[in-house]
Design a protein around this ligand. Sequence first.
Ligand SMILES: N=c1c2ncn([C@@H]3O[C@H](COP(=O)(O)OP(=O)(O)OP(=O)(O)O)[C@@H](O)[C@H]3O)c2ncn1[C@@H]1O[C@H](COP(=O)(O)O)[C@@H](O)[C@H]1O
Length: 97
Amino acid sequence: MSSSEVIDELWSVICDRAENPPEKSYVVDILNHRKGIDKSLEKVGEEATEFIIAVKNSDYNAKVGEAADLIFHTLLALRAADVDLSDVMSELENRRR
Ligand SMILES: N=c1c2ncn([C@@H]3O[C@H](COP(=O)(O)OP(=O)(O)OP(=O)(O)O)[C@@H](O)[C@H]3O)c2ncn1[C@@H]1O[C@H](COP(=O)(O)O)[C@@H](O)[C@H]1O
């Protein structure tokens, strides 16, 4: 799978979980949390901090793991904020020089 296919598939799974919530799902736990959008925003903050700490202090695999956590939780926050990933991708595409 290419990198963009991995992200696209993950985004589809996140949107599907939001629309058809199964009984047990981490994505649903975050998106339907009693704190509302604040839960996913809190997770982005935590994961960003953990990523920074890993980059400064940890080995390569820990950096990769924390980067994956940050990207995943950023996707959850986008969904919670009703921001479409394709609009973010178009924005990045428009910035190409
Ligand atoms: N990529 C991920 C992914 N990355 C991390 N996590 C979860 O994110 C959590 C990481 O949170 P922390 O490290 O902060 O641990 P924690 O402090 O115990 O978490 P909180 O209780 O504070 O939320 C863990 O529970 C991981 O299982 C993920 N959970 C799900 N996915 C993807 O989402 C898909 C759908 O998952 P479900 O919704 O669970 O079916 C999966 O198939 C995966 O592709």
